[in-house]
Design a binder for this molecule. Structure first.
Ligand code: URA
Length: 239
């Protein structure tokens, strides 16, 4: 066998692996994730404005037929803290902003009066970007179609902590069927398949808690949510 040939092939292989790794690092992949199978996301290289524009013209599921506005998300695109709810309601659909109705007012109180933060300091989004008619629960196919937007949002914002508001957000972020009552109150590792994290960042931790709409019906649960939020504040103070 011609060893010179082998040597050339070997050097060529090394050079192309190196080129690939450099390209991936430039895109924000970490070395660890280079071995993982690529997530099949059409948005993998989108920045936030491009992602927003894409979502705003999305017609990938039936919800586009009944929405008034796409509710993409608001807040600080470099936030350490992200709140993720289920889907826009009637007020959010009308205004194009998440959590602006009655449940939203409660969330705003938690952020402003409880955490002493401004809404503009955190990032707020939902699993679904369009309102399910009559505020019905999201259908599994709607979650599957829409969640790549949220996944890319998380990748771009790179929060340290995500507060999952209610069972839909918790189930999606933790890839679990366990109910919110069992999940809440403890930090969990975000378990979104293929979520990419910048080299100098850690994957976000997730604190599941009750949805503000649940608190409107069950005010006694506010105490538990406040306990969960205090854990989040302590985590952020240390992080
Ligand atoms: N409920 C949600 O889950 N999200 C909103 O934006 C409003 C109400």
């Amino acid at each position: 066998m011609n060893t010179e040939h082998l040597r050339k092939d070997y050097l060529q292989l090394i050079a192309s692996v190196r080129e690939h790794v450099e390209e991936q690092l430039q895109l924000g992949f970490t070395e660890l994730e280079l071995d993982e199978p690529e997530r099949d996301s059409p948005y993998a290289n989108f920045d936030l404005p491009t992602l927003t524009a894409d979502a705003e013209s999305c017609i990938k599921c039936q919800l586009h037929e009944t929405r008034t506005n796409v509710v993409f998300g608001v807040g600080n695109s470099n936030a350490d803290l992200m709140f993720i709810g289920e889907a826009p309601g009637a007020d959010e659909d009308r205004q194009g902003e998440p959590f602006v109705g009655r449940a939203g007012q409660l969330l705003t109180d938690i952020i402003q009066s409880g955490m002493k933060l401004k809404r503009s300091e955190v990032y707020i989004a939902n699993v679904l970007k369009c309102r399910p008619p009559g505020n019905r629960n999201p259908e599994p196919d709607e979650v599957e179609t829409c969640s790549p937007y949220l996944i890319r949002q998380i990748e771009l914002i790179q929060p340290k902590v995500i507060v999952a508001l209610g069972s839909f957000a918790a189930k999606m972020l933790l890839d679990t069927k366990i109910g919110i009552t069992k999940l809440r109150g403890e930090f969990h590792t975000c378990n979104v398949p293929g979520l990419r994290v910048l080299p100098h960042k850690k994957p976000p931790v997730v604190m599941p808690t009750y949805h503000p709409a649940y608190l409107l019906r069950n005010p006694n649960a506010k105490r538990e949510v406040w306990e969960d939020i205090q854990k989040v504040m302590a985590f952020l103070a240390e992080a």
